[in-house]
Design a protein around this ligand. Structure first.
Ligand code: FAD
Length: 439
């Protein structure tokens, strides 16, 4: 993979800048891809090419889909606006392999999480991806929370999550001496994963099966011509002077047989720029930032398992996460934020800052289950933004996967609202798409 990247970079550096098509060929990966393809004359004043499958967005979900399509023998081109893969939500999460407990029965979230979890464990073991099945405790810190804990347990059991067990507070506190709780659900199948290693492995495998990844390239819109979807693409750098109201002229147009809009936070905004889509099919989108604080000043790691309080509106509570290096993180909270304009969202220009002043609420929340948390031990970490389809105080909404049968556009698949457990579900979503839409 490194060798390919170097070759591409060399090609990029030595290519002449003679025109848009030349430019396209010298953009990372387009050179390779277009060598095997025929150009077609079109009514556009920009070059236009036919391709087999396009995946928009190289987050963990897009990458998993690209791999699944490539393994089925399809020619795959992944178009990513950032300079490399996995720089958006896929590198700003808890890195937890969820068991599949919280989600409504038979929802995509429940089904994909349970299946994706098993696929992920199997993939990690086979490919040497660092991960650990460390288990988790969901805790009630006062008796009034116990009925909610019962509901969560029942939901998990209905979702087919094996090994769940309600335990008394004393037993949980024996397992985790720093913990304070009155009752807990033990989830032995929950784990942690090095998500970057996962993505690296999936990218490598996709490339080995012929998929091509192009970076610094942004899909800025699309339209139907006859029965075919035409995607408008430009170099990401060209967007620097634009804003959400700009009309964007593509540098080139691609006509795929199949295109998967897996643009994460930007997927709804991008769909709005597909003139062939009725606005009614694009769900309203909301953004909920979640910040993490890391634990410092504490000699030993206080917990061996993940500790989760009861879920809150918009998230699953400020929990304890451990990474594979033993670093303890607390988060994410839920802060509803305004989105940026669509062009800025394609460039991932969201506000990811974590201000130290937020720590106050964290101390309060964490001490409900970890009373020995010392003053001054929380340091601002990082944040991620949830691509949500429901707003404050609204019930959670399932993942949305739309094919032609919903929006009427042949060959287009939209993925909306792929928030948590999207990392856990990634391989199951990919399998679903490559089976359902390719047969
Ligand atoms: C705070 C937080 C904690 C989480 N914790 C967990 C967890 O512990 N376990 C779990 O299973 N899930 C978790 N998730 C969810 C998980 O991280 C996401 O579901 C998953 O990463 C989504 O991957 P994606 O590929 O859909 O999106 P992304 O990773 O956002 O990828 C989308 C890609 O599309 C690119 N893009 C955007 N617009 C364009 C365009 N116009 N043209 C080309 N490219 C474009 C972006 O640059 C980006 O690389 C968490 C999420 C958050 C926010």
């Amino acid at each position: 993979m490194l060798k390919q990247t170097i070759l591409r970079l060399e090609r990029c550096a030595t290519a002449s800048r003679r025109g848009v098509y030349e430019k396209m060929k010298m953009m990372p990966l387009f050179g390779n891809y277009f060598r095997s393809m025929n150009r077609t004359q079109t009514s556009y004043s920009v070059p236009k090419e036919r391709v087999d499958c396009i995946v928009i967005g190289a987050g963990v979900v897009g990458i998993a889909i690209a791999r699944a399509l490539a393994l089925k023998g399809r020619e795959v081109l992944v178009i990513e606006s950032a300079p490399t893969f996995g720089t958006a939500t896929s590198s700003r999460n808890s890195e937890v392999i969820h068991a599949g407990i919280y989600y409504p029965r038979d929802s995509f979230k429940a089904t994909f999480c349970v299946r994706g979890r098993d696929m992920l464990y199997e993939y990690c073991s086979k490919h040497g991806i660092p991960h650990k099945r460390i288990g988790k405790l969901i805790v009630a810190t006062q008796p009034s929370e116990i009925p909610k804990l019962d509901d969560i347990l029942n939901r998990g059991i209905h979702n087919g999550v094996d090994g769940l067990k309600m335990i008394e507070g004393v037993e949980a506190m024996k397992m985790e001496p720093e913990l304070q709780c009155v009752k807990a659900i033990l989830s032995p199948l929950t784990g942690i994963i090095d998500s970057h290693s996962l993505m690296l492995s999936l990218v490598g495998e996709a490339e080995n099966h012929g998929a091509t990844f192009t970076y610094n390239s942004t899909v800025v819109g699309g339209q139907l011509e006859g029965n075919e979807i035409c995607l408008h693409i430009t170099e990401t750098n060209r967007l620097n002077d634009q804003n959400g109201t700009s009309i964007l002229h593509p540098e080139f147009v691609l006509i795929p047989k199949l295109v998967v809009n897996s643009a994460g936070l930007s997927a709804p905004a991008l769909a709005k720029r597909f003139t062939c889509l009725q606005s009614g099919v694009i769900p309203p989108s909301y953004y909920a930032r979640g910040c993490y604080f890391t634990l410092s000043n504490t000699k030993a790691t206080p917990f061996r398992r993940l500790i989760y309080p009861l879920p809150e509106d918009g998230g699953i509570g400020v929990h304890v996460t451990l990474d594979l290096n033993g670093q303890v993180k607390f988060g994410p909270d839920v802060e509803w934020i305004e989105g940026v304009d669509d062009i800025s969202s394609f460039q991932n220009k969201f506000d990811y800052s974590v201000t130290a002043s937020r720590a106050g609420r964290y101390y309060q929340e964490i001490r409900k289950y970890y009373p020995n948390l010392k003053d001054g031990s929380l340091e601002p970490g990082y944040s991620g933004i949830r691509p949500k389809l429901s707003g404050p105080h609204q019930p959670p909404v399932d993942f949305v996967i739309q094919g032609e049968e919903i929006h009427g556009v042949p060959g287009l698949i939209n993925l909306f609202g792929i928030e948590s457990p999207g990392l856990t579900s990634s391989m199951a979503i990919a399998d679903f798409i490559s089976t359902r839409f390719l047969g």
